[in-house]
Design a protein around this ligand. Structure first.
Ligand SMILES: *[C@@H]1O[C@H](CO)[C@@H](O)[C@H](O)[C@H]1NC(C)=O
Ligand SMILES: *[C@@H]1O[C@H](CO)[C@@H](O)[C@H](O)[C@H]1NC(C)=O
Ligand SMILES: *[C@@H]1O[C@H](CO)[C@@H](O)[C@H](O)[C@H]1NC(C)=O
Ligand SMILES: *[C@@H]1O[C@H](CO)[C@@H](O)[C@H](O)[C@H]1NC(C)=O
Ligand SMILES: *[C@@H]1O[C@H](CO)[C@@H](O)[C@H](O)[C@H]1NC(C)=O
Ligand SMILES: *[C@@H]1O[C@H](CO)[C@@H](O)[C@H](O)[C@H]1NC(C)=O
Ligand SMILES: *[C@@H]1O[C@H](CO)[C@@H](O)[C@H](O)[C@H]1NC(C)=O
Ligand SMILES: *[C@@H]1O[C@H](CO)[C@@H](O)[C@H](O)[C@H]1NC(C)=O
Ligand SMILES: *[C@@H]1O[C@H](CO)[C@@H](O)[C@H](O)[C@H]1NC(C)=O
Ligand SMILES: *[C@@H]1O[C@H](CO)[C@@H](O)[C@H](O)[C@H]1NC(C)=O
Ligand SMILES: *[C@@H]1O[C@H](CO)[C@@H](O)[C@H](O)[C@H]1NC(C)=O
Ligand SMILES: *[C@@H]1O[C@H](CO)[C@@H](O)[C@H](O)[C@H]1NC(C)=O
Length: 545
């Protein structure tokens, strides 16, 4: 059969078919004989060919034909039956067998049902991020698939069936709404097309879409808590801390910290559902002025941010300058204190005229100014905050040497062999050397330390303070009283009394004896007791020294 003859045949059968349908069928009375068709109401996949057998019990049937719009060919025929092959069965159709028996027509019809699997089952894209607590609508599209009456769209979360609806339209659309929860983070959704041919004696066929994974998130409306300094001096560093809690899934959250356009590199830590970023901000000189610190937490494509104002400032100085630090008495010293712009300085309690201007003072150096400290306080106001910075400078005045008479008694009256301290102080810068020398012997006496005063210490002393700046002398008279004369007098007195008492006792003994014997002899020599002056050892020592 050429394609053209096939087409011609098809057209002819179509005409016959129509004629049969319109006029002949009502005449279809074949008495007790019937016409059967095998198979009855077949179900077959699209594109297949089909064998149809029309048979009749009529003893002498005539013209057994198959009426169909499909291409057909006669395979075989015999007494009472004819077999046809229908090729390229792509759609549902109705076929009719017809035969004549004893002049009357018999017909039998059958419905061919073609089934086909869906070409494409697809679950629409899910949002990149789905907020927890909001409804999510899943949509599924199915292209192709027949018969539609047997096709059902099922939406699934994992194995759980969310919705089931018949396939309608091309593409068929199925939807389901789910309330997104935290548990849906990472959940896999799929769409399944079910072609249920079980009532037609076939199975249940399923085609499933590629799974789509959902990411749900929770990002509170609240802004992060940002802890940052109000002001920061250029070159100094300070920690900045940004936290936000109630995040889900906290591990997916991103945080950014920036000072102006300078991105900070924060260390991020997670505790429970709290995200914390800490960074150290170092103020640069080019950032001087009003700056903003921004903390930005991003999750699920949304972000929350906190801003804080920060003033970057420079605080120069104070610089305290003395025209000279080592001066001689009487010379003039200029003291000045300067600091950076906007800094108010105060020198020794006196404020400078205006912020940014130096404070100055002039002193004529006196001895009292030696070691004097000059104080300069610098005050800078940054954002209502008062910052202090202080410096000191010391002045050295060269003077002296001097001995203050009040601190160095010039008349001393001490007793021999007693311990004393010679108090004497000298002043001066440089510190003078002080020594007190005996006028006659040039012997030195210790100053400020205890010493045993002896007779030879008696005399006048030249107390001399010596420094590279000169010499200063103060006379000190030390009168040492001899203690021995007094002791000897007492001793002699005691001995005389003792001698007199001994003499009296002796005389009384002699007189007593003579009275008993009637006479007594007086020994002149014995009465005179040798009274030898006792030389105290102390006195000897005194003479020796
Ligand atoms: C057609 O049906 C008849 C009667 O049932 C049978 O005898 C014949 O073998 C069948 N032909 C084919 C090709 O199946
Ligand atoms: C089958 O039928 C379709 C249209 O229904 C047609 O496009 C196709 O060429 C046919 N195939 C064959 C092999 O005849
Ligand atoms: C065929 O039909 C004629 C009249 O139409 C009838 O007389 C005859 O009996 C029929 N034969 C059979 C076998 O039914
Ligand atoms: C074939 O289908 C038509 C409608 O499409 C229906 O009316 C008829 O009953 C069906 N025939 C059989 C034998 O199922
Ligand atoms: C989600 O959808 C359901 C009905 O599908 C509705 O009752 C519910 O109020 C919706 N919830 C939200 C948060 O929109
Ligand atoms: C649909 O499923 C059937 C079997 O269930 C399979 O043979 C067919 O290839 C599937 N089609 C697609 C597009 O996956
Ligand atoms: C916050 O961060 C996101 C992501 O990094 C960025 O797109 C957004 O512009 C940032 N917002 C601000 C105000 O910095
Ligand atoms: C930062 O400063 C600007 C202008 O000075 C002001 O409008 C804004 O409110 C300040 N922001 C904060 C968080 O204080
Ligand atoms: C300090 O003062 C001296 C003398 O007035 C001057 O030479 C010097 O440059 C000053 N130093 C500073 C830092 O102002
Ligand atoms: C100033 O004098 C002190 C001693 O008083 C000395 O140590 C220092 O070196 C002197 N400094 C100068 C700059 O002359
Ligand atoms: C600086 O001096 C002022 C006043 O003398 C004082 O109140 C302040 O505490 C001082 N600051 C420092 C850092 O020493
Ligand atoms: C002690 O010294 C003074 C004069 O400094 C002198 O007059 C006096 O006699 C001295 N006394 C003795 C005991 O040497």
């Amino acid at each position: 059969m050429t394609p053209s003859s096939l087409l011609l045949g098809a057209c002819r059968t179509l005409v016959i078919f129509q004629l049969l349908a319109c006029c002949l069928l009502p005449l279809g009375e074949a008495g007790q004989f019937s016409l059967q068709m095998e198979p009855q109401d077949p179900v077959l996949p699209a594109g297949r060919s089909l064998l149809v057998n029309c048979s009749t019990s009529c003893p002498h049937p005539e013209l057994i034909t198959l009426e169909t719009s499909l291409p057909k060919e006669v395979i075989d025929e015999d007494q009472g039956w004819a077999a046809f092959r229908l090729s390229n069965v792509t759609g549902d159709s109705k076929i009719i067998c017809s035969a004549f028996c004893n002049g009357s027509q018999m017909t039998s019809s059958s419905n061919i049902t073609v089934y086909r699997f869906p070409e494409l089952v697809e679950l629409d894209l899910l949002p990149r991020w789905q907020p927890v607590g909001e409804n999510l609508t899943l949509q599924c599209h199915v292209w192709g698939g027949a018969p539609r009456a047997q096709l059902t769209l099922v939406l699934l979360r994992g194995e759980e069936e969310l919705s089931r609806q018949p396939a309608v339209g091309e593409p068929a659309e199925g939807t389901a709404t789910v309330l997104a929860g935290r548990g849906d983070y990472g959940a896999k959704f799929t769409c399944r097309a079910e072609l249920d041919l079980r009532p037609r004696g076939l199975g249940l066929f399923q085609n499933t879409s590629a799974p789509r994974q959902l990411r749900t998130f929770v990002l509170p409306m609240a802004a992060p808590r940002l802890v940052a300094p109000l002001s920061l001096e250029v070159g100094t560093s300070w920690p900045v801390d940004c936290t936000l809690d109630g995040l889900f899934p906290v591990s997916e959250a991103q945080v950014q910290l920036a000072l102006g356009d300078q991105m900070l590199n924060p260390a991020v830590s997670i505790h429970g559902d709290t995200l914390r970023a800490t960074a150290t901000v170092i103020a640069r000189a080019d950032q001087e002025g009003a700056q903003e610190i921004v903390c930005n937490v991003t999750l699920g494509g949304e972000s929350r941010e906190a801003r804080a104002n920060l003033t970057v400032f420079t605080f120069l100085g104070p610089i305290l300058n003395l025209s000279e630090t080592n001066v001689t008495e009487g010379s003039k010293v200029n003291v000045s204190c300067t600091a950076g712009p906007r800094v108010q300085v105060m020198l020794d309690g006196d404020l400078a005229r205006a912020p940014g201007e130096p404070a100055q003072l002039q002193v004529t150096a006196t001895e009292g100014d030696d070691g004097r400290y000059f104080f300069c306080n610098a005050i800078l106001e940054v954002d209502g905050e008062i910052l202090h910075r202080n410096v000191t400078a010391q002045l050295r005045v060269l003077y002296g040497p001097k001995i203050d008479p009040a601190k160095c008694p010039q008349r001393l009256a001490w007793k021999d062999r007693t311990s004393h301290i010679l108090q004497c102080e000298a002043r001066g810068n440089p510190v003078p050397q002080l020594q007190c020398l005996h006028e006659g012997s040039r012997r030195e006496v210790p100053i400020g330390t205890p010493f045993l005063v002896k007779l030879h210490h008696n005399g006048t002393y030249h107390c001399q303070a010596v420094s590279p700046r000169g010499t200063y002398t103060l006379l000190v008279v030390m009168h040492v009283q001899d203690r021995n004369s007094f002791v000897v007098t007492i001793l002699i007195g005691v001995l005389v009394i003792l001698g007199v008492v001994t003499a009296i006792v002796a005389l009384m003994c002699i007189f007593g004896k003579q009275t008993r014997s009637g006479f007594y002899h007086v020994n002149q020599q014995d009465t005179s007791l040798p009274l030898r002056p006792v030389q105290p050892k102390e006195a000897v020592e005194l003479e020796q020294s």
